[in-house]
Design a protein around this ligand. Structure first.
Ligand SMILES: Nc1ncnc2c1ncn2[C@@H]1O[C@H](COP(=O)(O)OP(=O)(O)O)[C@@H](O)[C@H]1O
Ligand SMILES: [Mg+2]
Length: 310
């Protein structure tokens, strides 16, 4: 087994605040690992520890076989890092920024020029490479950030909130880019995000961190089944007219666990298929049924469930 990232009880305390609490994380070679959690959960702090940019209070991390606290340079040589707010030289072109980065990494000049052109193409900025960075949109800058990370040909990349502040189309382009880099070059990717709906699709595995604690970790498709097994049935119910007392009557149906008001109708979290009873109730109350549809548990569900309980 060759885990790219492995942590053992990794902990970071800022004064009395536990930012990261005994984290056990494994990221295998070749996967896209989504490190998901709300703002303030401890994602960035974890990433900084993985890169040796801040020291753990206790516990250990191993990245590409090195301890980032002891060998930060070995880690840096192998792992590309895109910070939450990457900075560039705004008065230089994208290409010049990349060349500068390549020189910092001691890549020989000719090789640096070759790689710069290559990564600009890869991230879809081939045509814009000679434009000044200050003319770039936020999405373009983010792609430039990814290009910069790729210049040193890393075996793995850690991207902190790569879609933050980018419009939906731009975010999709970035996620597609990440997916293609993973597929075509077997690049191991760890990406953090608080927008799980947005990124979950490209992740092969995710870990969800809330208030410093990793609450679940697993394969996307297994997660829904394993974690929500007691609440596998979700329905959205919408009726026309005055739904007087409907909620109360629904509560009387055995198997309906929770009722939540949505903008359109009621969301029912159930332990079994209650559709027949719900239909009968609606008919009895003589209400026009607009919809009753089953909704599969999404990662959002898992997240909210734990978010509430954390
Ligand atoms: N340098 C710091 N000093 C004190 N507290 C910090 C520092 N950095 C982060 N924190 C706190 O640690 C917690 C986790 O922060 P962070 O890792 O940035 O979360 P995320 O990236 O998931 O939004 C937050 O409560 C934050 O306020
Ligand atoms: Mg963060």
């Amino acid at each position: 087994m060759s885990a790219v990232v492995e942590t053992n009880s990794l902990t970071k305390r800022y004064h009395e605040k536990l930012a990261v609490n005994a984290l056990n994380l494994t990221i295998e070679e070749g996967e896209i690992f989504g490190f998901l959690g709300p703002n303030g959960a401890g994602k960035t702090t974890t990433i900084l520890m993985l890169l040796g940019l801040t020291e753990p209070t206790s516990g250990k991390a191993s990245v590409c076989g090195f301890d980032p606290t002891l060998d930060p340079l070995e880690v840096k040589r192998r792992v590309g890092y895109l910070p939450e707010n990457p900075g560039f030289y705004e008065d230089l072109s994208a290409r010049e920024n990349l060349l500068y980065m390549a020189r910092l990494n001691r890549i020989p000049e000719e090789e640096a020029r070759r790689r710069t052109a290559e990564v600009l193409d890869q991230v879809g900025l081939g045509e814009d490479g000679r434009r000044l960075v200050k003319e770039y949109s936020r999405g373009m800058k983010q792609r430039l950030g990814i290009a910069e990370v790729l210049v040193k040909k890393p075996v793995a990349v850690i991207l902190d909130e790569p879609t933050l502040g980018i419009d939906p189309d731009g975010a999709i382009r970035i996620l597609e880019l990440i997916r293609s880099l993973n597929r075509e070059r077997n690049l191991t990717v760890m990406l953090s995000s608080h927008a799980l709906q947005q990124v979950q699709e490209i992740c092969s595995r995710v870990g969800i961190i809330v208030k410093g604690r990793l609450i679940v970790q697993g394969q996307m498709d297994e997660l829904g089944r394993a974690i929500l097994k007691e609440r596998q049935w979700n329905f959205l119910l919408e009726v026309g007219g005055g739904a007087n007392g409907l909620e109360n009557d629904l509560r009387g149906i055995n198997g309906i666990d929770e009722i939540e008001k949505r903008s359109h109708g009621l969301f029912l979290r159930c332990t079994r298929d209650v559709r027949a009873e719900v239909m009968a109730l609606i008919a009895r109350k003589n209400l026009p049924l607009l919809q009753l549809r089953s909704e599969d548990p999404t990662l959002e569900e898992i997240y909210l469930k734990y978010f509430r309980e954390a």
